[in-house]
Design a protein around this ligand. Structure first.
Ligand code: ZN
Length: 490
């Protein structure tokens, strides 16, 4: 056992002082005991650590927001499932302890116990590591699953699919499989086996949304006995949807367009698949949004956004994380940067369409320090500054969900109130309120500045939404609408 003491390097100190928030805590020491399988650490001020599991390689990371680290250190662990434990600086405001596992091992993150001896001394008890099933086995299991039982959804994280399957909903006409991206490339097969009838849809280049769960599949309509939704392959992305039909089930027509896949009885005229709605929410919410969309044949009028004088305002938008810095990582490996890198440019595009000058602190996926973000806003002489993030808490707290908006000045508070209210009204999220905070980017900018936490990547309700491109588009509109409302009042 070895005690790692983290002493500031003198030469680094001067440079770091410029960008560090002055009230930050410091990670003073940490140690890992292989015998007890526990990690302990001490800070010089109170911290609120969060634990998450990351993959490739498997790492348990403990983040300490508002805590600085002067020197990265590592401890190689021999003869266990743990390869190495290290302390790194995630960004100017966050120190991170990393427990990296040997290939082929993982731990159950919900069994990780983070216990505070005090607000400055912490003990992290690690569960026994378990062997990972190899990816090959998982693929085999998924494709060979001929045993069909009640509703099942097997989803696995997929990247780069052309079509995303987001939800399945029963309507008065039949079923709709809501998709985003390109129109589904379908192969439909019908067969009978052991007195049961099946329809299978093989969908190429398709990913099943991580938000789609068995609980969200409609049953007991039109004599559908059950659904199976499987990500049969991740590379290439391929999905299979199976309907198990009971007796007396009608003959079905299956058609696809950009809005989704319609499965309708042959005698029902094919209705158009609505272009709006949030399928990653509950089926009830989706069904009601479908109903609304069916009633108002017209799509939402984009010109209904609040009008502001052309060219009068400059808004600086700051995507919170990028490049090597994924930000928070949550359920299904969902990364904060995936959310902010998608939402921020959409907010920019909407504001620009309304005649607002927009400056982005970065416009592609790279890491950016905090000080340059503030400098960009000052140089642009921005009217307002909006930093966009996604939140995280321990993986063992999926119950924590909702929108938080932070400000650091009275002018920032007015902006925060307007944007927060707009997003809440549009998205129906839980309200974790407008709060004051000392984040570097909102404290050091001279114009009204806010930091919007668009939901929790670790939250059971928020994560599927944050992973859903349709939902991200909607929250982009809601944030832009809030910003425009604020500008309108100036
Ligand atoms: Zn963030």
């Amino acid at each position: 056992m070895r005690l790692n003491r983290l002493l500031p390097g003198l030469s680094l100190m001067g440079a770091l002082m410029i960008t560090l928030p002055s009230e930050a805590a410091r990670l003073q020491s940490w140690q890992f005991s292989p015998q007890e399988n526990q990690l302990t650490f001490t800070t010089d001020d109170s911290v609120q650590p969060t634990a998450q599991l990351l993959s490739n390689p498997t790492r348990l990371v403990i983040d300490m927001p508002g805590t600085t680290l002067e020197e990265a250190q590592n401890q190689v662990i021999a003869g266990s499932a743990i390869k190495e434990v290290r302390a790194i600086r995630l960004d100017n405001e966050t120190a991170r302890l990393v427990v990296e596992y040997e290939p082929g091992y993982t731990v159950n993150p919900s069994q990780v116990q983070v216990r505070g001896e005090s607000s400055r001394q912490w003990i992290v008890r690690l569960p026994e590591a378990t062997r990972l099933a190899s990816t090959g086995d998982v693929d085999k299991a998924a494709s060979e699953s001929t045993e069909l039982a009640s509703n099942t959804v097997r989803n696995r994280p997929v990247q780069g699919a052309r079509t995303r399957i987001q939800g399945i909903v029963a309507t008065v006409d039949g079923f709709f499989i809501r998709t985003a991206g390109e129109s589904a490339q379908l192969e439909v097969d019908r067969f009978s086996e052991n007195g049961q009838n099946y329809i299978t849809l093989e969908i190429d280049q398709a990913a099943i949304s991580l938000g789609l769960t068995a609980a969200r599949l409609p049953v007991e309509r039109y004599s559908i006995d059950s659904w199976q939704v499987e990500q049969t392959s991740t590379q290439p992305a391929r999905a299979r949807i199976t309907l198990v039909l009971g007796e007396g089930s009608p003959d079905w027509n299956v058609t696809a367009n950009e809005g989704g896949i319609a499965i309708l009885p042959k005698d029902v005229a094919i209705s158009s698949i609505p272009d709006t709605g949030n399928p990653a929410g509950t089926t009830e919410a989706y069904a009601s949004s479908l109903a609304t969309a069916n009633r108002q044949a017209e799509p939402a009028d984009p010109n209904a956004l609040p009008a502001v004088p052309n060219g009068r305002f400059t808004v600086v938008l700051d995507p919170g994380h990028g490049g090597r810095d994924p930000g928070a990582v949550g359920i299904g490996g969902l990364q904060e940067k995936q959310v902010v890198n998608d939402v921020t440019p959409q907010v920019a595009a909407i504001l620009r369409s309304q005649g607002v000058n927009v400056v982005l602190t970065r416009d592609s996926d790279y890491e950016l320090d905090l000080a340059p973000r503030v400098q960009i806003a000052e140089r642009a002489n921005a009217t307002i500054f909006v930093s966009i993030h996604a939140n995280a808490i321990s993986m063992s707290r999926p119950d924590v969900n909702g929108l938080e908006t932070f400000y650091a000045s009275a002018a920032g508070q007015r902006l925060a109130n307007t944007v927060h209210a707009s997003v809440l009204a549009e998205m129906g999220m839980r309200d974790r309120r407008v709060r004051s905070a000392r984040f570097y980017v909102i404290r050091n900018t001279s114009m009204p500045a806010i930091l919007v936490e668009t939901g929790f990547v670790t939250g059971a309700e928020d994560a599927p939404n944050l992973a859903d491109p349709v939902w991200r588009e909607r929250i982009s509109v809601a944030i832009a609408r809030g910003i425009l409302l604020h500008l309108q009042q100036l």
